[in-house]
Design a protein around this ligand. Structure first.
Ligand code: SF4
Ligand code: F3S
Length: 107
């Protein structure tokens, strides 16, 4: 079992999640974070930390966001680990909760 970062992280990237992860399994892209499913120990600490409610346990990912399970796996192998909290994306508060953000994902 792993936790998964879903669509609402895109263009927000608050990074609060990074601070609590005991095994450094978050990886950073230009405007999105992902979790390496091979490293996540399923501790659930990150889930309540996300101001955008973007993190779900794998078995609770909403139906329309199922593709993010594979996307986390794929991108975590390509992107570097992030261990320090950073400033959120510009306009992160305005993008929080907006629909159809997948089109804005930068790789
Ligand atoms: Fe890290 Fe725990 Fe979140 Fe997995 S569930 S990403 S181990 S904080
Ligand atoms: Fe993204 Fe939420 Fe972490 S917006 S960077 S999953 S705190």
């Amino acid at each position: 079992m792993t936790f998964v970062v879903t669509e609402n992280c895109i263009k927000c990237k608050f990074t609060d999640c990074v601070d609590v992860c005991p095994v450094d399994c978050f990886h950073e892209g230009p405007n999105f974070l992902v979790i390496d499913p091979d490293e996540c120990i399923d501790c659930s600490l990150c889930e309540p930390e996300c101001p955008a409610d973007a993190i779900f346990s794998e078995d609770e990912v909403p139906t329309e966001q199922q593709s993010f399970i594979e996307l986390n796996r794929e991108l975590s192998k390509l992107w570097p680990v992030i261990t320090e909290v950073q400033k959120p994306e510009k306009d992160a508060d305005e993008w929080k909760g907006k629909p159809d953000k997948l089109q804005h994902l930068k790789r």
